[in-house]
Design a protein around this ligand. Sequence first.
Ligand SMILES: [Zn+2]
Length: 330
Amino acid sequence: MIPFIAKQDQLERKMAEWQRLAGPLLTTDAIRSYSGHPVYALTLTDPSVPRSDKKAVYVAQPHAHEPGTTAGMADVIEQLIAGKDLAGKPTALDRERILANTVITFNPIGNPFGRENAPELYYDGTKYDPAAFRCLIFGEDPEQPGCQWKRVDVWDLRQEQAPDPVGIVYEPIDEFHYAEPNRTRLSSYFQLFAKMDAMHRYEYWLDLHQMMFIDGNFEDTGYSCQIFLPIAGLEAEAIAAENEVWASDITEAWLARGFAAAAPHRSGYTGAQAEYFRNTFGDLHRRMHRITTEVVTNRQKYPVEVQVKAQSAAIEATLMRLQGKGIHSA
Ligand SMILES: [Zn+2]
């Protein structure tokens, strides 16, 4: 199987190797989380080309239980730096052109605390049924054994009967508070974005996620990947149009590589969950292009390699599109 890079120490070993190979093409920035972990941003670009001649894209992942996102980013960074993917296959990317035309920043592990506390490197469906997987993610409700605890942006240890252990989706942000990274600007994931955005002023943000692709009755939906567009009404009109074409480019790339891609779908969150996204990303959706991948996880039906290669395909399609080589923009 292709090497699966998802833990902090694996990433740091690759970072040292990448820096040796890439020299000035790679810049590493970091913030330190409340838990004491460095949260990394790796930026690849040709520094001899001015920013005004480039597009800037941010590629990130907030969720500790979605390790295939990190593995997919590592696979693309390897291609851009070493000219081959992590399986050793030569890359199809035009690396020189991409690095000359693009600033690409990766945040491979948005919540290192959660990722380090994750019990497995990846989830292939053999150890956790869907309910147990959700308990791992959100914690097990102390009042309803076997059921996941609630999903909130920020919660206070002093005011809750919290699960033991705490779900790995959460990150401690101070002595008492835990946060889900993409639902508040208090998270490391968001603070790192703010720091990097102040430097590069990104036009695009590809956020990488994973889900099980099962319905409410735990039945297979028949798909392994899909693009989620922002909640309706958040984007400016011109931004929305480009987001839709970008989403269809990625979907076409998935289908061309044999992945069971569903058509792009507008995020269906309502109520409190929608409110978290409006508060956290509302102004960004009016300024920049931002869409989300979902790739299958924790399912025996799909080889684990799909988790890596469907994510890397989405990033590759994005980079191709930004060179004017997108399917719809050629
Ligand atoms: Zn996610």
